[in-house]
Design a protein. Structure first.
Lengths: 447, 447
């Protein structure tokens, strides 16, 4: 990087918003990688040389041209709310911050077209004016960008109905700027979107997205407590399987996880296991019958109108659970697990005890509601963490390892030949988010 | 019945609309029982002595009082679009025709309250004005009443998303008039609605229902054809499992079933297996990708706006398939089958060939999309029909026998103690739709 002529690059991009202040560079180079003690060590000193904040696709093209011309790495960043260093520039270079590309291009019933930097909660506020909302969103919903969620996310609230971002239909089209000798704008539609979906921005700069919307329900937020953990888990599964009850969020937390949610302590009594939920107001009565069947007790209930004021329960679920827990005990880290069955959840609950405190998020995978885990792990050593992962895998669980920044080593495990082929085409110099795509790294070695 | 003082009854009900004309009595005593050659013989001569058409609950109370006073049977009828004689008065008496009780009491986003005789399509037209529609409806949607569907139906279009009528949440409350010495009006809410849900009107006269609504999508109607039947079946399952594609109807028909749908012959080429579908217009592009993956060919596509004019594809699915096929070959009858898995579908397809032509309707059961069958059977003898049923059951399929008018001998198989207990309370003289509830008949014998 030392040979790079940064003054020339800055001069070429002079008409764009450029950030070179060291404090800002540091802030805009990192994400929530520190949830992982493993990634913490590897990533904490990674910095961009320059952050650029384009306001439109023309400016993005200019940045792409400049990066190709000077052969400098380019890493795309949304709000930096990822957890595995997805947007951390391993080899420095330019970070392209999309947050000023925040125009909603079109918003109609069922479908919207947005620039990559549109924030999810801000979008939803607009969409709800016409009776619609995002199909799914992460717990970082208030600050996260839609482009960032597509580039580095996979599921969230809403996934109990609509599945994962990768599922056909949940992303309809994207516009992508390439890093070819002559950077171009490509439109990918239909199945072709999978070329860049969840690719950490390694093979194209997503500038616009066409996304499907969901009908906006008045979501009631509820906490239900249970004496026994497996009773809570079974309740979560039953709710997930209840086709007649419309829901958006099913989070189950084994005690002592609720003890870390201090803002909710009035509703989370000592020793009780908790379900944090979002349910359609119209289905509240049948929902209460389900709670009764499973012996739960509702301790918190906010109407949709009340829930829009103040903190949403969402911000105590998914990886916000981890955030709150780590703010009290920084030795905690986490795993991401597909248990697939409740039997396996129970086995892990019994086997690990409080070393791996079970936090379930129910979501649909291939048409079925399944329990996925974001367990809190009492971290001791990397060896022990790997042992815990191995044990889960030996027992048939799938671990989406959040302690690696390598795309394929996280959830996917295998190389995606389509994403690699697309990278070979649109990023022939390997400038985009270098070091993240194993398929590219191994190809480079074999050349 | 001969001892009944009908002139007195008629005089007591003089202020109500009463039908005594023999042609009308005949018409209003029967349903589509003739789909079954077995039921045909047993039911074709059953007639009410009197049909009464109340316009409100007060008139229903009056009818109830009169039936109790004179100890005459009372059978509730919606539009008479059932297929197993649900509303055929086995012992004559009074038929209470609900079709004049057709007021929508309230209609708000997500929830409505209707009188039992409200017709489904007419309701939907109103509901769509505020962006909502019924969660599910049968193929007799244009004429069927909401109360009749709850009393005698179980699933229909929409069930691929919302499951069955019996699922918690799909019926929120009912008002019921009893046949006690002093008939009363009871309100059943929440799980208590199961006391009268799908009870063929044997234990209370449903006068009003609170039902949940679904967001109204612009549903595109499509026909997709396939060279191989199992390819079509697998496509149906994949579509049912596609969480990112919003759908309302997945019907799969093995050739030669499509040959019976003569009105659609331009879109159903010789020898091809067909999928008849309703898909959200917003998800059409990902849907087309799924069709491509399974090697299907779209031969028919009507936008939501076009589809509201003329016949809906719905009227070629569910038991309308049987209706059309029987209009060409009256020797055909049908079965209702839970195959549960595609393996079992394939096994039956191979085993029976065209003796049991497979017609699948996908619906959600306990959170999973499963293939249910409304196979067309080339009827020979009752013995052979029972052999076919037995073979299915031996192979692990569940048959909801449509050749019996006995409530428990259809889909449920077992006695529902809650429905029996409710009947004992509200119909102590066993006047309601006598001869249909096995639990009551067996209880009567043991007394």
């Amino acid at each position: 990087m030392s040979a790079t002529n940064w003054p020339s690059i800055i001069s070429e991009l002079a008409e764009l918003e450029i950030i070179t202040d060291a404090v800002q560079l540091s802030k805009l180079s990192l994400d929530y990688y520190h949830f992982s003690p493993i990634l913490s060590k590897k990533l904490n000193n990674k910095r961009a040389n320059l952050v650029v904040r384009p306001v439109n696709e023309v400016e993005v093209l200019k940045i792409a041209q400049t990066c190709v011309k000077y052969q400098v790495p380019l890493t795309v960043r949304g709000a930096g709310t990822g957890n595995y260093g997805q947007c951390i520039p391993l080899e420095g270079g330019v970070v392209l911050d999309t947050t000023k590309m925040n125009q909603i291009r079109s918003l109609e019933p069922g479908l919207a077209c947005v620039e990559a930097g549109v924030k999810m909660a801000a979008f939803d506020k607009k969409a709800r004016e016409i009776g619609w909302e995002l199909r799914m969103a992460p717990s970082t919903y208030r600050t996260a960008t839609i482009g960032g969620f597509i580039g580095g996310g996979s599921a969230g609230m809403g996934s109990i109905t609509y599945g994962q971002l990768r599922d056909r239909g949940n992303l309809q089209a994207v516009r992508v700027v390439t890093l070819e000798d002559e950077p171009r704008i490509l439109e990918l539609r239909g199945d072709d979107v999978q070329k860049v979906n969840h690719a950490y921005g390694t093979n194209g700069i997503i500038t616009e997205l066409e996304i499907p919307l969901a009908p906006a329900y008045p979501w009631v937020e509820l906490i239900v407590i249970f004496d026994q953990f497996m009773r809570a888990a079974r309740f979560g599964q039953a709710l997930g399987d209840s086709d007649g009850i419309v829901k958006k969020l099913i989070t189950i937390q084994a005690w002592p996880i609720p003890s870390y949610l201090t803002a909710l302590e009035d509703y989370l009594p000592q020793g009780k296991h908790a379900a944090l939920l979002m349910i359609s107001q119209y289905d509240l009565e049948p929902f209460q019958n389900l709670v009764k069947e499973y012996g739960g007790e509702i301790t918190y209930q906010k109407t949709a109108t009340e829930a829009t004021k103040g903190s949403s329960l969402l911000e105590f679920t998914w990886n916000h659970t981890t955030l709150h827990a780590r703010s009290i005990d920084p030795n905690l880290t986490y795993l991401q697990t597909f248990y697939f069955t409740l039997e396996r959840v129970e086995q892990m609950y019994d086997y690990f005890g409080e070393e791996a405190m079970i936090h379930l998020e129910f979501l649909r995978v291939g048409g079925k509601a399944i329990p996925a885990g974001l367990q809190l792990i009492r971290f001791t050593t990397e060896e022990r963490l790997n042992e815990i992962i191995r044990y889960h895998e030996e027992q048939g669980a799938g671990i989406a390892n959040p302690h690696t920044y390598i795309l394929e080593d996280g959830g996917r495990k295998v190389i995606d030949p389509e994403q690699l082929a697309f990278k070979e085409k649109v990023d022939p110099y390997g400038l985009m988010n270098p070091g993240k795509m194993r398929a590219w790294l191994e190809r480079a070695v074999s050349v």
